[in-house]
Design a protein around this ligand. Structure first.
Ligand code: ATP
Ligand code: MG
Length: 183
């Protein structure tokens, strides 16, 4: 089986911006496992474990799902935490811009995955880039200088995730272009 998820990759420069933000957040928040800059991404759909033989068919359906969507213009917005800053499990930075189109894309990806037996997402989609994780939900202090950055996502990526004590390793398995020209 392959642990897989679909995400937007981030430009190298933006990962540098986020790494600087993580440095500032680290000073105020000890005990958070911060994401390495090279591993930063915006998850559209977590597939969980899928049989290796499903990778190609799912990849094909992701192409179909992504095809009509236009490239997404997104900007970094504020820091936040799930489920909240008083009992955080995940520290993230949000995005603004084409968030409505991002939500529709996530829905199309969810549908494509559902056609391969992957359970549909029940929670509403909230686009975010995870910066850190806490084993024990704790209070976090996110009052650091805001980050500024923008990017255009022109493809979605199907990643393999391999978990290890040293942190997750992500390998791109397939990329689907966002080729749409309007709407
Ligand atoms: P680790 O689990 O070691 O902290 P990780 O969370 O980065 O590492 P995965 O658990 O494989 O690695 O997750 C891959 C991506 O999918 C991450 O962005 C993660 O936040 C997201 N993800 C994982 N589980 C779920 C889930 N149940 N629902 C939604 N997204 C998830
Ligand atoms: Mg995880």
């Amino acid at each position: 089986m392959i642990r897989a998820f679909v995400a937007l990759d981030l430009p190298y420069e933006l990962k540098g911006t986020l790494a600087a933000a993580v440095e500032r957040l680290t000073e105020r928040n000890r005990g958070v496992r911060w994401v390495r800059p090279e591993g930063m991404h915006l998850t559209l759909k977590f597939l969980g474990d899928i049989p290796e033989t499903d990778v190609q068919p799912i990849a094909g359906d992701l192409d179909v799902a992504a095809g009509p969507c236009s490239p997404l213009r997104l900007r970094l917005s504020g820091f936040g935490a799930f489920p909240g800053p008083k009992k955080a499990r995940v520290v993230w930075v949000g995005v603004s811009g084409d968030t409505e189109a991002l939500g529709s894309l996530a829905k199309r990806v969810d549908e494509a995955c559902a056609s391969h037996g992957i359970p549909r997402e029940r929670r509403p989609f909230a686009g975010h880039i995870t910066l850190g994780r806490l084993r024990v939900p704790s209070v976090v202090d996110l009052r650091v200088e805001p980050v500024q950055g923008a990017f255009v996502a022109e493809e979605i990526v199907l990643y393999r995730s391999e978990l290890s004590p040293g942190g997750a390793r992500y390998t791109p398995l397939h990329k689907s272009r966002l080729k749409g020209t309007g709407g």
